[in-house]
Design a protein. Sequence first.
Lengths: 415, 300
Amino acid sequence: MKNKLFGLLALLVIASLVLAACGPTGATEEPTGEEPAATEPAGEEPAATEEPAAAEPVTITLWHSLKDSETAGLTEIINAFTAANPHVTFDVLFVPFDDLRNKFETAAATGEGPDLLIGADDWGPALFDALLVADVSDVPTENVNAAALGVGQYNGAQVELPYVLKGVVLYRNTAIQPEAATSFGDLKAKAEAATTGDTYGALLEIGSFFSFAHLYGQGGALMNADGTPAFNTEAGAAWLAMLADFKALGADSWYSDNDINLFKEGKVGWVIDGTWNLASFSEALGENLAIDAWPTGMSGFVQTGAIMLSANSDEATATAAKSFLAYLLGAEAQAAFYASDDAFIPSNTTVAVDDPLRAQALTAFGGGTAWIVTPKMGAYWGPTETLIKTVIDEGTDVTEALNTAEQGVNDALNQ
Amino acid sequence: MNNPRLQGVIKQILLQAFLLAVTAAVIFPILWMVSIAIDPRNIDKPLDLTLIPPGASFESFRAVLFDNNPLMCSNPGDTSTCMTFGKLLLNSLYVAGGTALFSVILGATAAYAFSRFRFIGRQAGMLAFIALLMLPATATVTPLYVLLGQVKLGDEVLRSTLIGLAIAYTSGALPFAIWNLKGYFDTVPQELEEAALIDGASVTQAFFRIILPLSLPALAVTVLLGFMTGWTEFVLAWLFLDDPTKFTLAMALRSMQGQFTTPWSTFFAMALLMSIPPVLLFFALQRYIVSGLTVGGVKG
């Protein structure tokens, strides 16, 4: 009898737990399932003083994966904003980059998560499609780099805002290569001439992320406006021939940081890498470091650091968050970020970039290619990596390899 | 080659060479980690091994042990609110210890029931545990997130607490613990319990005074595996926890891996320091574990 009573009680407890878990809560009731709509205009001037001091207290939760130096800049900006808007407080959380998107998607899908998310610029469209981030087209963006703003425009909405510019550039060690190259042919000749002993004239990365933009430099394109493949052309063949030349110059592996290590040791003339490594290169090479404008025939992707507004934010918080976004993109905050981080390249065009290397990077971005942020990009990585590997490493016929890759992308798109 | 003595020598040389190769394969990663940890150059993705790198120092160990973690602060503007190695260690011990405790308590009681009692759904229950074992961990992440988010512990949801995290880890560790312990309990002669029952002991007393003391090897294995689960896991931890004061060592180690760069020297220094507590636990439980690892699956 005792056992039966105990069993009955246990069943009741389990049943109540299950029912409690399945029942709705306040947190899960918030998302409406409708497409996030633009809320009221957040104000016109990107200044820290725009919110009335008597407004209702608001806490903005912000998740990011910024590195130490960037975090210091962000903290400074937040302090300036909250000093001018005392009703606003911030709850800032660092999450490692590789965990950030999953954490945001899981939290936002259950009606939780942050109000603002600082992440990669190719997250915005997919998160907007999933109704997790809101349109922020009403945030004032005067003086923000138009191309950078364009990266975050998707399906007629501004799904993210660019708080920083970054991208793939051509770094040069002036002790090995005193002069910039004017074309890829010129670069190749100079690199071959400078390669002696354990010194390489150039070690140029072949991996897709670093090399796709050269396809545009060759007059081609990776995809059409509708996302279908556009690389199976003469320009595509020329791009692959160029990558074969990269390998002949000494690029020995994919995405290995061997080129970076050797460059830092002063043993390489040119490398292709991101502006995110600018500070460490500068520390290693000092005055011998330069960033070249892209030689004709070559190019690199220009990206942005993106900040997004959660679709779950209530109206008051969303309004305050948009005021902060306007401030973040304004000259004052951008200058503060620029001063705090050696690799920060402002997206606001009015901020004076007096650091020579960052000014050179900005010039290089002029010959760069806008990073492709469509979710369809996912269909391209596998087939094109195989394309490059089979042609460069295995010597497969270029036409055949291009056809196979195109078919692979189409199959992936159809799936 | 017909000389048996020569054949024996050659066989011995080959055997020794094989064992040396295996030893090298086991030791190389550890030597590599130590080498990078004491390398002050903080180089990116080193490809070769230099046992004593130029300018070798223990600076990275000092930084890991005594510096504040600037990425894990309650208030990023105030470094006194940042987590230190000591605080992270305490949280890790709490989570790993909790996971080990929950695993062994729930696992032992459930395994005893499955081993000794005959009830409806017993076979199906054991098969269900196997099914749970086969589930990829990612399949249970969202249900756990939602489920633990429904329960409040004071002002916080259970998901955002260390005990919630330990419960989540236990849910993953429990199926194996039950199978392992049930297999071991099956090998303990039922006559011992029957003798205790004849002498007036209750079933509970028999369980605590007869079965558990005789099952220390299996319990030790369960404790160690539960502890390791809670000690090394970071994916669920980063998903569930939002308060830096609750972060663990595994989370801190993960946070060192940047999007573009990783400070490899401090990364490996922390990895080496992190490995010390599980090693100590292993040594403490070693005499039970060595026999415990080979039992449990004999009879099921």
